[in-house]
Design a protein around this ligand. Structure first.
Ligand SMILES: Cc1cc2nc3c(=O)[nH]c(=O)nc-3n(C[C@H](O)[C@H](O)[C@H](O)COP(=O)(O)OP(=O)(O)OC[C@H]3O[C@@H](n4cnc5c(N)ncnc54)[C@H](O)[C@@H]3O)c2cc1C
Length: 546
């Protein structure tokens, strides 16, 4: 019997799923539903949510290939197209950061090619663009889908939910308040006034760019220095980036790819620790973490007095000098170092060690007891995020150009701050400071979501009736609780996977999730991916190999 599979959402995760599905020898019928106008692009890469200047923080060298690498695809593009995206045709390479929109065009082109391959291999493909799935209704060992154009008559043997990001709904948006940078900001006319942006990540810097480009332009001089010039010299534009720490991201650093193996904090060593009691697991893993750093970069270890640190204090030492420094001075120094290292192909050993360890710690996270998770979230998680979420050097240059033009400032709010959103302004209070913004953009990024936020009413009710607040999925992302859904629905939407995978966002994660879901259609994994959180001091559990 030919299996009929639905992929709901055609962003990167949907595409990698499709790629895996069409590898099967037995012909499949595959329906792809995409609520946007063009399937295959994904939310961060569409023209509605980004503009030509906003850069992806992933380069070709790290992007999992679909039918051809991103770099090879770029080489095939006419010079005029590349230039229109600010990509210099003669100098780009596998490590060049390009605009998200251009990456979206690559994904779109790859999707079209993959559909051709699917049909050549005997699969039947139906693509419904501009069609949003509104409900997922399991019935008699099959699934019915309800869409914005009505009930889909075809019943599906398996429905793969690759619906991606879910940000606060646009209805909260006004001319003064944007609940996320993707809720209409790109098309909005923002006045030259006080603009507050909550967050200091790449998304926050992009939001600052979107606003500043409405009132001026960036200019590069002959020596490659970037400056920003307001159209109206008397403009009152003042943008503030706000966060608890007031730290801004560092620039992406040069390192060997694919990753070189770790020597101490290896998968085997961590698996061994996981096989012992959950009690003290974070501390035992930290010992491996610290020894890995010591082995890779003894000088830096000495510099931060690594010997005296533990899982709770490492992050203080890591951020200490940055917290004491002016964020823009630090950014300028960091940018210089990163650019010199890139040109000389020098890798900073401690940075590279931390980068490689974040994935191993993500696997460990699901095994940590509640107390250890909290400790991890307060400490080491911030270190890992800071390290792997380093941003394109060009984005730092833009941030500095805005600073030099006296448009941009950064405020540190501390742990306790208040936020009041009024119709005409947003007020932030922290310590003894009170900030008022005529326009406010919340750029804090994707939050983890649970079953009660599943956007499909029938499926949501079934999941909530089954009990757990967080939807239980297997290693292959098949929904496994309640058992009646097993084999029918896969959940590969990032916000619903973030509870036990704190670093799940990113295109490499999309590829891993998509491949697992595509594979599961023929052969479902049996082991659970999520594990029930144990109390510290809980019984020994046999660790599953990763
Ligand atoms: C602003 C931003 C920038 C980012 N930049 C990067 C980056 O530079 N590098 C990186 O590695 N990662 C980046 N990420 C992380 C991001 O998670 C991934 O890059 C990727 O977009 C996730 O792919 P996805 O397919 O899971 O989700 P999405 O890209 O969100 O795609 C989901 C798709 O499903 C569609 N859809 C949703 N609901 C329905 C429905 N009910 N019916 C039909 N269709 C539906 C949506 O229209 C969308 O096309 C970024 C994230 C954001 C928010």
């Amino acid at each position: 019997m030919t299996l009929t599979v639905a992929i709901v959402g055609a962003g990167p995760t949907g595409l990698y799923t499709f790629q895996k599905l069409i590898e099967t020898k037995e012909p499949l019928t595959i329906w792809v539903f995409e609520k946007g106008d063009r399937a295959g692009i994904g939310m961060p890469y569409t023209a509605e949510k980004t503009d030509r200047r906003m850069l992806a923080n992933i380069a070709s060298i790290e992007i999992p290939t679909l039918t051809m690498s991103y770099y090879d695809w770029l080489k095939e593009q006419p010079d005029a197209i590349l230039k229109s995206y600010g990509v210099e045709p003669t100098t780009f390479n596998v490590r060049t950061f390009t605009p998200r929109m251009l990456l979206g065009e690559y994904y779109r082109a790859q999707f079209v090619t993959l559909v051709g391959h699917a049909e050549e291999r005997g699969h039947h493909v139906e693509i419904l663009e501009g069609v949003e799935i509104e409900d997922v209704v399991p019935q008699n060992n099959a699934v019915q889908l309800i869409s914005t154009v009505g009930v889909i008559e075809q019943l599906f043997d398996r429905v793969i939910l690759a619906t991606g990001h879910m940000f606060p709904i646009d209805e909260d948006e006004t001319d003064h308040y944007y609940p996320s940078p993707w809720s209409g900001l790109i098309d909005a006319d923002i006045p030259a006034t006080s603009v507050g942006i909550m967050g200091t990540s790449l998304s926050a810097i992009d939001a600052a760019m979107a606003v500043s480009c409405q009132h001026g332009r960036f200019k590069e001089d002959g020596k490659g220095d970037l400056s920003y010039e307001l159209k109206d010299k008397n403009s009152k534009l003042a943008i503030s980036l706000l966060s608890r720490s007031g730290i801004v991201p560092e620039a992406d650093f040069y390192c060997p790819l694919p990753y070189e193996p770790l020597t101490v904090c290896t998968e085997a060593a961590l698996t061994n620790e996981r096989s012992k009691s959950t009690d003290g697991l974070l501390d035992r893993a930290y010992v491996l973490f610290a020894r890995e750093i010591e082995t890779n970069d003894p000088d830096w270890a000495k510099e931060i007095a690594l010997q005296k640190l533990d899982a709770d204090t490492f992050h203080d030492a890591y951020f200490d000098r940055r917290l004491k420094s002016d964020p823009f001075k630090w950014a300028r120094k960091n940018l210089k170092e990163v650019e010199e290292n890139r040109d000389a192909r020098i890798t900073v050993a401690w940075r590279y060690a931390i980068l490689r360890m974040h994935e191993a710690f993500e696997v460990l996270y699901a095994d940590l007891c509640e107390d250890d998770r909290k400790r991890f979230d307060r400490g080491l998680k911030r270190v890992f995020v800071d390290n792997y979420a380093a941003i394109p050097p060009e984005s730092i240059r833009r941030m500095l150009a805005l600073r030099d033009a006296k448009i941009l400032s950064v405020a540190s709010l501390g742990e306790d701050y208040g936020m009041t959103v009024r119709p005409e302004k947003t007020i932030i209070t922290s310590n003894d400071e009170c900030y008022e913004f005529e326009v406010f953009i919340d750029a804090r990024g994707q939050q983890a979501l649970g079953s009660k936020e599943i956007p499909f009413p029938t499926l949501r009710k079934i999941l909530l009736d089954a009990g757990p607040e967080v939807t239980e999925v297997g290693e292959d992302y098949s929904v496994i609780d309640p058992p009646e859904l097993e084999g029918l629905v896969s959940l590969g939407a990032i916000p619903f996977l973030m509870h036990d995978r704190p670093f799940v966002q990113g295109i490499t994660a999309c590829a891993e999730i998509g491949k697992a879901m595509g594979h599961a259609v023929r052969r479902q994994a049996t082991r659970r991916r999520r594990r029930v959180m144990a109390a510290c001091g809980g019984p020994r559990r046999k660790a599953e190999p990763t």
